[in-house]
Design a binder for this molecule. Structure first.
Ligand SMILES: [Zn+2]
Length: 134
């Protein structure tokens, strides 16, 4: 059994005979106190205080970017590294499951997302992609 910390959600998973089972997901409430330290909602990079955050995107914007093919590479890499450090074996479809569950978080999300410079830039590319195609 492994506990996976995804920035906005904790997953409890288990390796069963038929692959991975997600046993439990816990959504975490983000603290919106303006003096509370804020981390990037995609890669968990510290952003300083709430009032210092430069890039805030609506959940709709994130959804559009994801539909256009945005993948939270930073978050996936961090999750993978964390599991490696814990000595977990990582099956090929594992990161796919993490990504799928992350996408469902995006779908359910109703609060604005705080983004770091890098994630904001990569999101913008995918949003523009759509306008270019229309
Ligand atoms: Zn980020």
């Amino acid at each position: 059994m492994a506990r996976i910390e995804v920035p906005t959600e904790t997953l409890l998973v288990e390796m069963g005979d038929e692959g991975l089972n997600i046993l439990e997901t816990n959504m975490q409430m983000s603290d919106m106190d303006e003096n509370a330290p804020v981390v990037c909602d995609i890669c968990s990079k510290p952003l300083g205080k709430m009032k210092d955050v430069k890039h805030i995107e609506s959940p709709e914007t994130i959804t559009i970017a994801v539909r256009n093919g945005f993948k939270p590479e930073q978050m996936l890499k961090a999750t993978k590294d964390m599991l490696k450090e814990e000595g977990e074996k990582i099956p090929d479809d594992f990161m796919e499951i993490v990504f799928e569950s992350w996408k469902s978080i995006v779908d359910k999300s109703e609060t604005p997302w705080a983004l770091c410079e890098d994630c904001h830039k990569s999101i913008q590319i995918y949003i523009k992609k759509r306008s270019a195609n229309v």
